[in-house]
Design a binder for this molecule. Structure first.
Ligand code: NAD
Length: 487
């Protein structure tokens, strides 16, 4: 084991970058801290412009051969990566939980199998990706998806490997080479992914992983002229910075950003179902971009809804995310905790009432919170909090519900609880949201388009939309005339 390898819950993790098929250390490091107990897990290579340039150069050098690799061979390697992920589900789960504090049982049973599925899905989709040829005045139109080139993928900490592979898998399937930059608060599983990909036979330089603070290494990646795609998941301010940086080379961008999504509960809804959907919003300690954090409840059922919600939320267990019975773990970082509490205390000072929660707990935990008496134009209703903090407002009419639902700068998702299909159809048609769930939440299929409107993002990924983004889509028009009697 090298001096750069740390052991995390018995799993060896290399703390260096992975560039051109080799481990590369930086002169400086940064500490990676566990949100479970605030302990330092290890020191991670702290990338600079130099490592960014080296990773882009490696991705550029590897691109022609990978782009020319047959679809079948690319798909085979992606399936081999999925096999490697499946073999290491236990290891990936415990490392991810140590790093970001999300529930171990969710990682084991939901997230890591889904990581493997990301690779399988895009491998299989690649093999059936085609557009039917069509004719224009006797000429044939043929649509093809050409690999675009080196792609920079930048990801956040709330679901590190899941969100990284949701980009890495389609980018590799498309024939692109990748420079992955995981969040500095959760660098570990990206390093394990590099090991798994190498073991699966992915050629050197096709996947590169660079570690470090976004503020230090980000610009060098996103402004690089050899980068042909940037896919980013994270916050709105960072997205704006990246868009400015990418503008120099007109590098195409896909941006998956924050949200302030509503849960609309109509009086005709199955109230138990609505309460189940509502309590789910505390998942991952509220650190979910898609979370329906604004409850909009029809006046006539608001009291009963609140009563049942408080009862159900009271049954949630908060504590060590490694515990099988735990429902809510810690929040990611002391800074994030401070931010969450700041939002809540300012809201309460402005007149909001905490029906439950409203305060920090020992360690890095925040009490699950529901705030009422909040004004539509207040910070607590308008800004993304990214913690276990929800608000409840009431409405009198369907029109008012739609108006409140749409009245933020975001447009990522919306969830409806209603017993009337015609109402669901009418309301959905008026909502600004990339995804609308009716009487369900978080049901996601990789072939569906995923993304947000307004400040929630630019573009869509998923299924063919991912290939549209990661490829240079080409239309070839061929005349029936002009051939030199070859046939
Ligand atoms: P963030 O914007 O602070 O960081 C995200 C990534 O960007 C990190 O890897 C960071 O190092 C990097 N970064 C920072 N500055 C950079 C720069 N100048 N250039 C390039 N990269 C830079 O976001 P976060 O706090 O890690 O994540 C939380 C946010 O992510 C929330 O807003 C959440 O809603 C959003 N999110 C969105 C989705 C979605 O699919 N829409 C999914 C998960 C999270």
């Amino acid at each position: 084991m090298s001096e750069h390898t740390i052991t995390v819950a018995g799993v060896a993790v290399d703390t260096r970058h992975w560039i051109g098929g080799e481990r590369v250390a930086s002169a400086q490091t940064f500490p990676d801290v566990s949100p479970i107990d605030g302990s330092t897990i290890g020191e991670i290579s702290r990338g600079t412009g130099m490592e960014a340039a080296a990773a882009v150069a490696a991705a550029k050098a590897a691109f022609p051969a990978w782009a020319a690799t047959s679809r079948a061979e690319r798909a085979r390697i992606l399936h081999a990566i999925a096999d490697g992920v499946e073999k290491r589900i236990e290891e990936l789960s415990i490392v991810e939980t140590t790093d970001n504090g999300a529930l171990l049982r969710s990682h084991r049973r939901g997230v890591m199998p889904r990581v493997a599925h990301n690779f399988r899905f895009f491998a299989d989709w690649l093999l059936k990706l085609e557009h039917e040829d069509f004719e224009t005045r006797g000429h044939t139109n043929h649509v093809s998806w050409d690999p675009a080139g080196p792609s920079v993928l930048i990801t956040p900490w709330n679901a590190p490997l899941m969100l990284a592979t949701w980009k890495v898998a389609p980018a590799l399937a498309a024939g692109n080479t990748v420079i992955l930059k995981p969040a500095e608060w959760t660098p570990l599983t990206a390093s394990l992914l590099a090991d798994i990909a190498a073991e699966a036979g992915l050629p050197a330089g096709v996947l590169n992983v660079v570690q470090g603070y976004g503020s230090e290494i980000g610009d060098a990646l996103t402004s690089h002229p050899d980068v042909r795609r940037i896919s980013f998941t994270g916050s709105v301010p960072t997205a704006k910075r990246i868009a400015e940086s990418a503008a120099a080379n007109l590098t195409p961008l896909s941006l998956e950003l924050g949200g302030k999504s509503p849960l609309l509960v109509f009086a005709d809804a199955d109230l138990d179902l609505a309460v189940d959907l509502a309590v789910e919003q505390y998942d991952n300690a509220g650190q979910v971009c898609l979370a329906a954090t604004r409850f909009l409840v029809e006046e006539s059922v608001a009291e009963e809804f609140t009563r049942r919600f408080v009862e159900k939320a009271g049954q949630l267990t908060q504590g060590d995310p490694r515990g099988e019975a735990t429902d809510i773990g810690p929040n990611i970082h002391p800074l994030q905790l401070e931010k969450i509490d700041g939002f809540v205390q300012r809201a309460v000072a402005a007149g909001a009432r905490a029906v439950i929660g409203g305060h920090r707990k020992d360690g890095q935990y925040y009490a699950p919170t529901l705030l009422t008496a909040v004004a539509q134009d207040s910070e607590i209703v308008q800004e993304e909090i990214f913690g276990p903090v929800l608000t409840l407002q009431t409405f009198a009419t369907e029109d008012e519900a739609v108006r409140l639902a749409n009245d933020t700068r975001f447009g990522l998702a919306a969830t409806l609880a209603t017993g009337a299909p015609e109402r669901a159809e009418r309301v959905t048609a008026q909502l600004v949201a990339g995804t609308v769930w009716t009487n369900c939440f978080f049901v996601r299929d990789l072939q569906a388009p995923f993304g947000g409107s307004r400040h929630s993002g630019v573009g869509r990924e998923g299924g063919t939309w991912s290939f549209d983004f990661y490829c240079d889509v080409k239309n070839t028009v061929t005349s029936p005339n002009g051939w030199n009697n070859h046939g």
